[in-house]
Design a protein around this ligand. Structure first.
Ligand code: UD1
Length: 430
């Protein structure tokens, strides 16, 4: 199993190209189930989760071709996927696959809309809380689906197809919004989704659906009005840049010190996180081609942060900012309001010398003058990258075990960091 070894203390300088967003690429790939035509996706990141979803979609009968690798300096342009769901041969998504990646549950809405039936495993528990799917099911029921749960599977049918309706979500859910939005694209008539998630990845999927022929009003707002179509066309769409990867590298630069251009980053997609970063004393500047982050010669200041749905501070950057402020000159307060139990990184950061007290959903971090390298364990995707950030600041060597968590969501992480001067290497054991 691979490990990542970091020798802390180096500052970072140079350019880091931002990859396509995992959280947009996944639902965009799933949207291919809505048409018998070809959906071409550009700027798809090469990640374990993307590859797993490709397997799941192939199992449904989706034909997937990936453009050949390009030679030369543009290695970070992302891959181009051509997905064609001409014949959906299997409307069942098995437990072995869905349990490995929650987002694969989102095939339910599109399969139901196109094939009028689907059998999709419930995703089951997850390391960062219970994460139910009740709102997905309520939303699809409102569109006329008949749903049964049997043997851990959702058995869904809509013999006459889905019919548009008004759905008001009781709380903001990214996944439920994706699932119902994609289902509504092929439903008869108009669907109104109120209290929809406003994350930029939802907007990206909505833009792609628009290219496929769906009429959608309110993209980027919490009210989506969707006019479903009986048949969707193919389209060509480029995956938007990953705001979580952007934020992660921004916090890494602030942690290690230095000056880095995050190439292709879209600051408007992570303004709350960049504002918090400015509060810590880092310089954040929007420049042609991306965002420049620098911290030179100033201490890290403490922050008070609460995670919120977009446009608030993203839960997917909570662990990273916590790693940064372990070295702040003062006390920071970080409250997690989206997921219960999303503090698994705290124990590991403590192994490096961080001083963090947990009370319910709130962490109090008292900055320490130094961290010291140690062996640590990656527990989930975002938690593991917070250990990389801490490792960059720590004295001596930090070894991160179970890096497959990192490979799920970060493309060439060690390459991108070492090209800016970090001492980060992957140790592969056979
Ligand atoms: C997505 C993101 C994940 C991010 C999260 C919140 C992808 C692939 N994953 O996950 O990286 O951390 O949004 O921004 O895009 N909930 C319910 N009932 C439901 C659905 C959700 O109670 O039916 C709850 C969840 O338990 C959680 C909250 O709603 O407490 C938000 O979850 P949701 O936005 O659905 O997260 P995901 O779509 O799973």
């Amino acid at each position: 199993m691979d490990r990542i070894k970091i020798v802390g203390g180096n500052t970072l300088s140079g350019t880091i190209p931002i990859s396509g967003a995992k959280n947009a690429a996944l639902p965009l790939m799933i949207a291919s189930l809505l048409t018998d035509d070809r959906l071409t996706l550009k700027n798809v990141p090469n990640l374990a989760d993307v590859n797993l979803l490709a397997r799941i979609l192939r199992n449904h009968g989706v034909d997937l071709a990936v453009d050949g690798k390009r030679a030369g300096p543009k290695a970070y342009l992302g891959e181009t996927f051509h997905l064609t769901a001409r014949d959906i041969v299997d409307t069942s998504a098995p437990y072995e696959m869905v349990s490995r990646m929650r987002a694969s549950f989102w095939v339910l809405g599109p399969l139901l809309a196109r094939m009028h039936r689907a059998r999709v495993s419930l995703p089951g528990g997850c390391a960062i809380g219970t994460r139910p799917v009740d709102m997905h099911l309520v939303g699809l029921k409102a569109l006329g689906a008949q749903l049964d749960i049997d043997g851990g599977y959702v058995l869904a049918k809509a013999p006459k197809g889905l019919i548009g309706n008004r759905i008001t979500f009781p709380k903001v859910s990214v996944g439920a919004t994706h699932n119902v939005l994609m289902a509504a694209a092929l439903a008869k008539g108009e669907t109104l989704i109120e209290n929809a998630a406003r994350e930029p990845e939802i907007g990206d999927v909505a833009e792609c659906l628009t290219k496929m022929g769906v009429e959608i009003e309110g993209i980027g707002t919490s009210t989506l009005r969707i006019q479903g179509k009986p048949r969707l066309e193919g389209a060509v769409h480029s995956v938007l840049p990953d705001r979580i990867e952007t934020g992660t590298f921004a916090f890494a630069v602030a942690a290690a010190g230095g000056d880095v251009l995050l190439e292709g980053a879209r600051p408007e997609h992570l303004q709350a996180a960049l504002d918090a970063l400015s509060h810590t004393g880092a310089t954040v500047e929007t420049v042609a081609g991306g965002v420049r982050v620098a911290r030179t010669g100033v201490d890290i200041g403490p922050v008070t942060v609460e995670t919120q749905p977009f446009p608030g501070f993203p839960t997917d950057l909570q662990a990273q900012i916590m790693a940064l402020v372990t070295r702040a000159s003062g006390t920071s307060i970080i409250r997690e309001t989206i997921f219960e139990n999303r503090f698994m990184h705290v124990q590991e950061l403590a192994r490096l010398g961080a001083d963090i007290q947990l009370h319910g959903d709130t962490a109090t971090i008292t900055g320490v003058p130094e961290l010291r390298g140690a062996p640590v364990m990656a527990t989930d995707l975002r938690a593991s990258v917070s250990l990389v950030i801490a490792g960059l600041m720590a004295e001596g060597e930090t070894v991160i075990n179970r890096v497959y968590h990192l490979d799920r969501g970060f493309e060439r992480l060690e390459e991108k960091l070492s090209s800016c001067g970090a001492d980060v290497t992957r140790v592969t054991e056979r």
